[in-house]
Write a protein of this length. Structure first.
Length: 200
């Protein structure tokens, strides 16, 4: 996206929380690659970002859709059905977008689980990259079903850099903000509450 198109969309209310950075302080610093400073963050990028803000919302949108009125839910699975009728076969055919969405969801969940490993081998990093590739291969279904408009999501883009960051810096657990935040809650907030609790 060019600077002018970003500015136009920003002025029209398209990006309410984003602000244009005209000349970043690090632009002319020698040997500076700002993108190597952004390390993977399991809590904010994966759990709260990808899972809660996007994947869960896509699931809710897909469930709430009414474009598949004949879509059937089989509580015991399809293996217990002894005979298919035309209506049953049609309902099963309508579940194909749901199956593809399941692949999308599974690939993102696999990526999140791989990102939380404490030790990696080439095989696990390749599996992590493959799960991300599976998501990108099937994500068009979300646009086709009008679950989302586009994939211009910064946290989704950051997933492409996880494997390189893990290779360069080690396990993402080593620079994850989840543990320091929990310590902050336990030692700062919990200690602060009794000190401010005054009874008269």
């Amino acid at each position: 996206m060019s600077h002018n198109s970003f500015k136009a969309k920003h002025q029209n209310g398209g990006y309410r929380m984003l602000h244009v950075v005209y000349k970043p302080f690090w632009k002319d610093l020698p040997f500076m690659d700002i993108f190597t400073c952004i390390t993977p963050d399991i809590l904010h990028q994966l759990h709260k970002g990808i899972f809660h803000n996007h994947l869960l919302q896509w699931c809710i949108s897909l469930i709430a859709m009414t474009c598949f009125p004949t879509l059937c839910h089989f509580k015991k699975g399809i293996s217990t059905i002894s005979q298919w009728t035309g209506h049953g076969t049609q309902g099963d055919a309508m579940s194909i977008p749901g199956f593809t969405f399941r692949c999308i969801a599974q690939s993102l969940l696999d990526f999140i689980y791989y990102a939380q490993f404490q030790k990696y081998m080439d095989m696990t990093l390749e599996a992590m990259q493959d799960s991300l590739k599976m998501f990108h291969d099937h994500k068009h279904v979300l646009i086709d079903l009008e679950v989302c408009q586009d994939f211009n999501i910064p946290k989704l883009h950051l997933l492409q850099h996880y494997v390189a960051s893990i290779r360069a810096l080690g396990s993402a657990n080593g620079y994850n903000t989840e543990y320091p935040e929990q310590l902050h809650i336990d030692y700062a907030k919990d200690a602060y509450r009794p000190a401010t609790n005054t009874t008269t």
